[in-house]
Unconditional design. Structure first.
Length: 356
């Protein structure tokens, strides 16, 4: 794409804004260690900066190098990640750390294409790492960047369409200051996060206002355009905490979903909401727990909203009359439960309950 006057105006004024603002200070800003940059980028995918910061510090403290992360026990890493959600990120973190330590001799990849080969790293993260760590000329394109570009250039091509993705990527690349890609990328991301925000952007004091298409045509709330509106799926979880002789039955999840490799209790999932008593009366519960079990407690219903689904669930604690004949579950002593990594949905219940 050619550099038009409007594009030159955009890049120059964005860099001017960057040079004259009070930048948010974050430990990963100005960082040149690709391992730490990668860590911060993976943690910040789908996580607010305020929450991610604490986890970033914990990871850097516990695993200061990629080799130490690669050598860590999987359950310890999951435990450190606990509460951040979207656990596929943690699985990919472990897989990529091992790939770097064992396949690449401990050397972090140094080119955009090589970085892109790491698990869990897409074009955005590869551009961020290659520009921040190595100052390579790759423009980042994330939600913040898309919003700024769609508004400033008045583009109504849906940002999530194939055509939109291609167009915005080329546009972003054409705007990049090739002399200082790291500075430029940080500037546009921060500008989207703090000035051209999704709601109530700070147009009155914006350095781009004079040439901003959305501002001049009063379309700020219409841009960017999205093709797909997310439809949420409702799920209802009934966790049965089965206890026998001071031990609790748990299971490590193997399903390829966001909670893979985390632990859980016996789960009965329903498409419709039923009461805990309905479940206790059901044939499937009796076939799982056998005869003569006692109900110890029934929790309130907990709720959690994820991007694509809403989950409601209850925890039913029962004491069995005989051990389970169920080889997909293992037992752990009640007082050691907290050493396992569980999904956030379940740790909220633990926090309120405190002990078994
Ligand atoms: Fe965003 Fe408003 Fe600035 Fe346009 S004028 S770039 S909409 S903050």
């Amino acid at each position: 794409m050619k550099k038009t006057n409007k594009r030159i105006f955009f890049t120059e004024n964005l860099l001017f804004w960057n040079a004259t603002r009070n930048a948010r200070t974050m430990p990963w800003k100005g960082e040149k260690d690709p391992y730490r940059i990668w860590l911060s980028e993976i943690i910040l995918q789908q996580t607010r900066v305020e929450q991610g910061l604490e986890y970033y510090n914990r990871f850097v403290y516990q695993y200061p190098t990629v080799s130490l992360l690669a050598a860590a026990h999987e359950n310890d890493v999951f435990k450190l990640w606990e509460g951040l959600g979207y656990y596929s990120r943690c699985r990919n973190l472990i897989a990529s750390a091992r790939y770097i330590a064992f396949d690449l001799g401990g050397f972090f990849p140094e080119s955009y294409d090589e970085i892109l080969k790491m698990k869990g790293v897409g074009p955005y993260t590869a551009a961020a790492i290659s520009s921040f760590a190595y100052n390579l000329p790759h423009a980042v394109v994330d939600g913040n960047v898309l919003r700024v570009l769609a508004r400033f250039f008045g583009i109504d091509t849906p940002i999530d369409s194939n055509e939109g993705k291609k167009y915005f990527t080329e546009l972003a690349q054409s705007l990049l200051d090739k002399g200082s890609p790291s500075l430029y990328n940080q500037a546009i991301m921060d500008f989207g996060a703090t000035v051209c925000k999704p709601q109530l952007p700070l147009c009155e004091s914006c350095v781009l206002q004079k040439e901003c298409d959305a501002f001049n045509t009063n379309r700020i709330n219409e841009l960017p355009v999205k093709e797909k509106k997310l439809k949420k799926r409702s799920r209802f979880f009934y966790y049965v905490i089965a206890e026998f002789e001071d031990k609790i039955y748990v299971r490590k999840r193997t399903e390829k979903d966001i909670w893979q490799s985390l632990f859980e209790f016996k789960l009965f999932e329903k498409e419709e909401k039923i009461t805990a008593e309905d479940l206790l009366d059901s044939a499937e519960l009796k076939s799982f727990a056998g005869q003569g079990f006692k109900v110890q407690s029934i929790s309130k219903f907990y709720k959690q909203q994820l991007t694509h689904q809403s989950i409601e669930g209850v925890f039913i604690h029962i004491v069995l009359a005989a051990p389970l004949a169920n080889d997909e579950m293992e037992t752990i002593e009640k007082d050691r439960i907290s050493t396992l990594a569980f999904p956030r949905f379940m740790t909220r219940f633990f926090e309120e309950r405190q002990s078994f």
